[in-house]
Design a protein around this ligand. Sequence first.
Ligand code: KG4
Ligand code: ZN
Length: 494
Amino acid sequence: MSFQFKIATEADLEAIMQLEKACFGNDAWAKPTMRSELVAPHTHYLAAWIGQELVGYAGLSKVTKATSADIQTIAVSPSQRRSGIGKALMQALIQKASELSAEEIYLEVREDRPAPQRLYESLGFEQIDRRENYYRPDGVAAIVMRLAFTRNPAEPVVLGIETSCDETGIGIVRGTKLLANVISSSMDQHARFGGVVPEIAARAHLEALDATLEKALTDAQITLDVIDAVAVTNGPGLAGALMVGVGAAKALAVAINKPIYAVNHLVAHVAVDVLERGKLETPTVALLVSGGHTSLLLVRDLLTDVELLGETIDDAAGEAFDKIARVLGLSYPGGPEIDRVAKDGDPKAIRFPRGLTLPKDQEKHRYNFSFSGLKTAVARHVELAESKGEKISIPDVAASFREAVVDVLVTKAINACQDHNVPRLILGGGVVANSRLREVVSKRCSEAGIELRIPTFSLCTDNGAMIASLGAQKIMAGEAPSALDFGVYSTLPV
Ligand code: KG4
Ligand code: ZN
């Protein structure tokens, strides 16, 4: 017969005392003790009933500000043992203790009672002590057991640190809610070199971290003690730059005594979607295009099943924009400049090559990218014109170059969706700012019946919120934290 739980009150005292005597004989509590237990403000007693018959009860004590709770007693009618009532009562009390924010629960059990000991072990309790001569009058020892909650809050507050390239990003999330997203970029310091200089980036991270962290905490309106875990990018990216973030994250995690999660930067670009939509719709293809990477991912599950379909075999798409901008005498970063200049140009003026799109590339490189041939072609075009003393149209070259990059990116992304029967595409990375890319990808996705997701731009570029978001997803899925000795991997696979 099935049993029913009710909160035990003083009205149940007589029935409880009967069962108490039946279960514990000489060792039973006196009635006044039981009454005061039932009515005390810091106790929670549950009674199990089968119809009108009381078949079990159990009590928990938890003082408001204490971090621990105690199982006071548990009894199950001898006729109902092994029916799961004891276990169910314990589980209900453990749940209650958790709701009351207890961090640990203690109980004592007679040493000569192996069955309940096994039950408690099965619920996660561990023996931590033994008290000689504890139970009266027979002098049996007590085994003291403890269950420590591994806090797996429904909405963990996670601080994410991102330093894989030239953005020092610190983001804070609560579950899937964005609390802060602060970015400090060292882009200006790289401008005169026309590209990111790894040593400069690493040093800039070191200098920016403190203030960025402060600002993130202020924006989130929290203090460090509220944080449940730290997440940090440990690859892929620039090794020296990654090392600064990982070192800082480990120091922070140790200082606040909280777990740390090492996070893959590329997967985090996809995880950002949960901050806007609550969850990631899967499967999805992700096209990640920035100054550091150009990757196509097939994401069947954000945490357990991400496949790298392809990536650039030479320059990243953003890097190509930056290099061509230099060739055209435009400033760094080149992407926005080319985008601006191209508005007045004819994208069909020059037919620049589309890397790795020939039939012969379709087997090995169907989802890979190459921009070095395009870069050379643009440089040749400019040199040739100059050598002939002809004036080139910078808008035409910029527009034609941009068209070639966008065409390849979008064609390959849509091929990936169609080949794998995936009706979704999500974009990430700084190149997503490109106006022509947005135009073409929107048009071709809608023609192909593919749902297109473009996160808010501040979440597209490298940022700490995406790292925090992926960390929070891991925690909510019950993933164990990283051991503190993890390293950085500039080519970390997804
Ligand atoms: O994601 P992101 O901010 O981080 C790094 O890779 O560091 O991407 C920056 C890259 C740069 O290469 C920049 O030229 C490119 O994104 N980018 C653009 C545009 N805006 C930024 N590329 C093309 N068109 C744009 N409008
Ligand atoms: Zn990135």
